[in-house]
Structure formats: structure tokens, C-alpha cells
Design a protein around this ligand. Structure first.
Ligand code: NI
Length: 232
């Protein structure tokens, strides 16, 4: 390619590409990808709160495994720089374990729970609307709906039943970036921190009839998603 043809090509790229790549007021963006919830899962010690042993502190803590599902973002650009976004996903499932409690039979896998963590955020895209690279920061509110709590089979043999965990409202923070491959399709990577706190209870009539234990868990997960987006 001769020099003037090359400069003409570069010039037309410089003109065409940025205009084609804008995030603009009124855009609707759908992103989909693999989303991983990795709970920090700090917790209080496990305390007996009902039954003849009420008040006993069993020590130890609760932990939760991580899980990966299909994540979806529905984003709407209010202006060229500000958007709102809803996070949705297929249901996450986590193993819940107890560690280091004074009751030997309680240590190990207690059971599983599922949750859906819809999150509504206000998102700021600082770069010029013409940029193909669109990093962003956001903050919003999360509601985590916890359901389908189950005691695991081993814990069940040890007398545990009626595992429950409360739903949670909390703040959510995110950073991410879109990179426009064409004027419609983008690559996306994002990370979130969500404040999710729950109180879990479980009963055990084998220890003493009417015994219930309680643990307060700061799930507070980091959430990672990578995938593709499409602009309508
Ligand atoms: Ni928290």
C-alpha cells in the first residue's frame, strides 16, 4: 500500500470508527456472560438461640462456596455518560459449611441454598461517547432473595433440620468496561462488590429437643462477569 493510500485509510478509520462506536443517550444494551459469585463469608460464631441450651456459644463460623451462572445486564443510557442498569442471573447455588464449632457433628457441610441477587445501579461512563473503549463505575441497591435452603444428607443424619436464611437488602458497587468490536457488539468485563448480610438458623432435636442454632453471615461477595454485549 502506498503512503497516501495508507493515510487515507487511517483517516477514514479515524472518522468512521469513533462515530460508529458511541454509547449514546437512548441506547439499550444487553450483556450476557459467565458470572461468578465468590462470597467472602465472614460470620459470627454459631450460637444456640432456642431450646434448653439457649445462650450457648458454640464458636466456629459459617462459610459459603462460590458459584458460576449465566449473568445478564439490562442497561439504558439516560445521557451519553449516565445509564441505569439491572443485573439479573440464573439462580446461584452455594454450599454452606460450619467450621470449628464446639459441636463436632455440626462441622462440615450443613447444606445448600439458592439465591437471586437482582441489583439496580446508576452507572457513569466517563469517556467521550465516541470512544470504542467505555469503562464505567456504578453504585446501586441489591435485593438478595434466598430460597430453597436444604440440609445436606450427612447433617440430616446428625439431626439437623429446618435450615433457613433471611433475604438481604444492601448497597452494590461496580467497575467494568465495554469494548466495541462493531457498532452493535461489545466485549465486556466487570467486577462488583455487594453487601449481602443474612441470618441463618438450623434446628437440631438430636442435641436436645427444640434446639435451634443461629449464625449471622456477612456474605459480602465479589462478583465477576465476562461476556458479550449487544446494543439495540
Ligand atoms: Ni456486609
Amino acid at each position: 500500500m502506498n503512503k497516501s493510500l495508507l493515510s487515507a485509510a487511517l483517516f477514514s478509520l479515524a472518522l468512521a470508527a469513533p462515530l460508529a462506536h458511541a454509547h449514546e443517550a437512548g441506547d439499550i444494551i444487553l450483556r450476557a456472560g459467565a458470572i461468578t459469585v465468590n462470597p467472602k463469608a465472614d460470620s459470627s460464631s454459631v450460637k444456640v438461640d432456642q431450646g434448653p441450651l439457649a445462650g450457648a456459644d458454640l464458636g466456629g463460623k459459617a462459610t459459603m462456596s462460590s458459584d458460576t451462572q449465566l449473568g445478564l445486564n439490562f442497561a439504558y443510557m439516560i445521557t451519553n455518560n449516565w445509564g441505569i442498569e439491572l443485573l439479573a442471573a440464573t439462580p446461584f447455588e452455594h454450599d454452606v459449611k460450619l467450621k470449628g464449632t464446639a459441636l463436632g457433628a455440626a462441622n462440615g457441610k450443613l447444606g445448600t441454598l439458592k439465591h437471586l441477587p437482582p441489583t439496580l445501579s446508576l452507572v457513569y461512563y466517563p469517556l467521550d461517547a465516541k470512544s470504542a473503549f467505555q469503562p464505567y463505575v456504578g453504585a446501586g441497591i441489591n435485593y438478595t432473595w434466598i430460597y430453597d435452603e436444604h440440609v445436606g444428607s450427612e447433617a440430616q443424619s446428625a439431626g439437623f433440620s429446618n435450615f433457613k436464611a433471611e433475604n438481604s437488602w444492601g448497597m452494590a458497587f461496580q467497575v467494568g468496561a465495554d469494548y466495541m468490536i462493531t457498532d452493535k457488539i461489545m466485549l465486556n468485563a466487570q467486577m462488583r462488590y455487594i453487601d449481602i448480610d443474612t441470618r441463618a438458623t438450623v434446628e437440631n432435636d438430636a442435641v436436645a429437643p427444640g434446639t435451634r442454632a443461629r449464625v449471622n453471615v456477612d456474605v459480602d461477595p465479589f462478583i465477576y462477569m465476562v461476556g458479550l454485549g449487544y446494543k439495540f
